[in-house]
Design a binder for this molecule. Structure first.
Ligand code: ASP
Length: 594
């Protein structure tokens, strides 16, 4: 139908007759001349109709925003004074000769350029309109460019794209499963994959050696900011490769994506042990664009009587740490109160602080509600350790180590953002040497990654001390966001069983849920490992989008619903009967068996 995209026209097309198809972005009537801004996925161009072309002029007069048109006309240079430098096609316009209305449009639910004012709910309800916006078109175009680059890179490295099932058994990644009832097996359910983890491992047992997939994953998680119940991973697995080899491939891939899509050369990827990341940043995904660090002062606080600090300092499971904010002494009491509420969410019972007004005046030059509880010598030694300078504020956390790390780790990000202390640019790293397990409040262990991750010690050592056993897992972190992670896997049945035992998964349960894996490990499973990247998050970072929903064509809301299709929805009684399902609520409402 068309000869050119609207947004692709330039001065090189002057005097050409072109046919364009697209939407009416704007229509203006200027004293007998009609201006139509025509839009397609490439951009916008101005089309002018004058009364010389009477029939078409009449039609142009009738069109409204978002009508779909086909127009034919001649490209010409804009007259002096009418050039629009803000518009990519602002040097030219099209003198319209013919206009065909391909479809009319109802009045749009919102003006596309006023999307921010209408709120996300309306945008999601009319997503097909929202997606017409240039910004959204660009993001999804970049997404497509990136997945193409991923495929090209992995293909060149010898990876095979292999699909794995969506209707399957639970693949644990720490979330709740989405379940699908089986009609043919009454009372039984499929689980949607939380990741292709087990299948990709089985593909290694099968000898495929290098696998990848751009895979949908499903996790029914509680409402957490900026998560999607279904999301996409770049999923990778390799055989006969150790962590160094896998990390090298992953790093080259990400480097290549940044270069090709954004023309950015990412800096070095340092490797940081998990313990160091927690100690220095209170986080396993530190944002290295921020220079502030947590500094432990437990040894000093063991010398004070102040119970709030002394208790955690003496407790092997406790921590007292300080966060120095350069130039933060100007932070007001009100802001400190706000930060106190902010850290309370992470379990912190308070937020002690010291303002450094005049260090040369010693303790006299410090302002704080807590210093009176500490000997001067300790205070001054602490100031020295923290590298305090006039004009700083120092915040403290004293509690169980996890609370201190979570609270000060989050505060570090928040204060840096508020005070403009986040450097521009990209700061990648690898976090390595994760613990195998995390202790739950009831004393049981859960895997920090998934239960198929290999420990870096023997099974005996792991069993003797699950709390200190490290794993062969690695996470790639960029600007404080976990881009991806993976591990070398367990490839021997004995070890896999030992891990299940450490997790208190009984032999019966293990064989019921993972019998197929345990069996496969007996039939010549090669050493293998891999990782997965969160594609949505990667694109979000690369496009600088405020939300993950902005880089997904049809995302769900925070309550895991699709406002446009109104999913999830009701199903008919007939469908339920076929599935052998009776809804409790319905039965209760009707006082009968539905
Ligand atoms: N399956 C893991 C995940 O979804 C990634 C991996 O270990 O490869 O996080």
């Amino acid at each position: 139908m068309r000869s050119h995209y609207c947004g692709a026209l330039s001065t090189s097309n002057i005097d050409e007759t072109v046919t364009l198809c697209g939407w009416v972005d704007r229509r203006r009537d200027h004293g007998g001349v009609i201006f139509l801004d025509m839009r397609d996925r490439q951009g916008v161009v101005q089309v002018v109709f004058d009364p010389d072309t009477e029939e078409h002029f009449q039609r142009a007069d009738r069109v409204r925003s978002e009508y779909v048109l086909k127009i034919t006309g001649r490209v010409r240079a804009r007259g002096e004074g009418t050039v629009n430098p803000a518009m990519a096609t602002g040097q030219i316009e099209v003198l319209g000769k013919e206009l065909e209305i391909l479809n009319a449009a109802a009045t749009p639910p919102f003006q596309l350029d006023e999307h921010t004012a209408v709120g996300e709910e309306v945008r999601l309800r009319y997503r097909y309109m929202d997606l017409r916006r240039h910004e959204m078109q660009e993001r999804l175009a970049l997404r497509s460019k990136i997945t193409t680059a991923v495929r090209n890179f992995l293909d060149a490295e010898g990876f095979l794209d292999i699909e794995t099932p969506i209707l399957t058994r639970a693949t644990p990644e720490g979330a709740r499963d989405y379940l699908v009832p089986s009609r043919t097996h009454p009372g039984q359910f499929f689980a949607l994959p939380q990741s292709p983890q087990l299948f990709k491992q089985l593909l290694m047992v099968a000898g495929f050696d290098r696998y990848y997939q751009i895979a949908k994953c499903f996790r029914d998680e509680d409402l957490r900011a900026d998560r999607q119940p279904e999301f996409t991973q770049i999923d990778i697995e390799t055989s006969f490769m150790d962590e160094a080899g896998i990390m090298d491939i992953a790093e080259r891939m990400v480097r290549g994506l940044f270069k090709s899509a954004l023309d950015v050369d990412l800096p070095e990827f340092p490797s940081m042990p998990y313990a160091e990341a927690m100690e220095r940043f209170g986080s396993d995904k530190p944002d290295l664009r921020i220079d502030m660090e947590l500094v432990s002062v437990d040894d000093l606080m063991q010398q004070v009587d102040f119970k709030v600090f002394r208790g955690p300092a003496d407790d092997p499971a406790g921590r007292v740490a300080a966060l120095r904010v350069p130039g933060g002494a100007s932070i007001s009491r009100k802001e400190i109160d706000d930060y106190t509420s902010y850290v309370a969410v992470f379990g912190a019972k308070g937020l002690a602080w010291v303002k450094v007004n005049d260090l040369a005046a010693g303790v006299e030059g410090l302002q704080s509600p807590i210093l009176k509880f500490m000997p001067d010598a300790v205070v001054l030694e602490m100031m020295q350790r923290l590298g305090a300078a006039d004009g700083d504020i120092i915040f403290f956390g004293a509690d169980k180590t996890r609370v201190v790390n979570d609270a000060l780790g989050a505060l570090r990000l928040k204060v840096a953002e508020d005070q403009g202390l986040v450097r521009e640019g990209w700061a990648p790293l690898w976090v390595v040497d994760f613990p195998m397990f995390e202790e739950d409040s009831d004393g049981s262990w859960t895997p920090l990654h998934h239960p198929f991750t290999a420990p870096s010690c023997s099974a005996e050592e792991m069993q003797a001390s699950p709390g200190t056993a490290l794993s062969r897992a690695y996470d790639m972190v960029l600007n404080g966001t976990e881009l991806g992670g993976g591990s070398v896997r367990i490839h021997q049945r004995d070890m896999q069983e030992a891990v299940f035992r450490a997790l208190e998964i009984s032999d019966e349960e293990a064989s019921e849920k993972f019998g197929f894996l345990l069996q496969a490990l007996q039939y010549g499973a090669p050493p293998h490992g891999g990782l997965a990247f969160g594609l949505d998050r990667l694109i979000m970072l690369m496009t600088g989008s405020p939300s993950i929903r902005d880089v997904i064509a049809f995302p769900k809301t925070q309550t895991a619903a699709c406002l446009m299709t109104d999913a999830p929805g009701n199903v008919s009684a007939q469908q339920l009967r076929e599935l052998n399902i009776r809804l409790r609520q319905q039965a209760e409402n009707k006082g009968e068996q539905g």
